[in-house]
Design a protein around this ligand. Structure first.
Ligand code: 5GP
Ligand code: ZN
Length: 115
């Protein structure tokens, strides 16, 4: 938990967000500036600034984060039509918020490669 981290504050409920999924370890909420009809962010409650900071101790947490995202995709009705998971890292990855978050994008056909 980091005092000044936007996503730690969202996970703690100190800043409002639209919840999509919540459990002891993860929180998922709608992106404030959606890039697709479904755009949900899945975050661990544990503060990890960037995916490249994750250690072997985080291996099972990262696996469970994907399973939590699968639950989000099912709840949002995009499991069958399809979706994309994305994690931004640092400047070239376009990371703006330094608390790991998995983007769940779907509800339309997504282009490749990303811009
Ligand atoms: P990044 O570029 O770091 O991968 O993604 C950060 C995402 O967080 C962006 O898609 C942005 O729209 C979203 N975001 C930033 N601030 C807030 C906020 O206060 N609330 C919500 N719900 N989403 C946010
Ligand atoms: Zn944080």
């Amino acid at each position: 938990m980091a005092e000044d981290c936007l996503f730690c504050k969202i996970a703690r409920g100190e800043i409002p967000s639209t919840e999509v999924y919540s459990d002891d370890e993860f929180y998922a909420f709608r992106d404030i500036n959606p890039a697709a009809p479904v755009h949900v962010l899945v975050i661990p409650r544990k503060h990890i600034a960037r995916i490249s900071d994750a250690s072997v101790d985080d291996a099972s947490l990262l696996g469970r984060m994907l399973l939590a995202a699968n639950e989000v995709a099912r709840k949002e009705g995009i499991a069958e039509s399809g979706f994309r998971y994305a994690i931004s890292c640092n400047k070239d990855g376009g990371q703006l918020v330094f608390h790991i978050h998995l983007h769940v994008l779907g509800g339309r056909e997504l282009g490749w490669p990303p811009g």
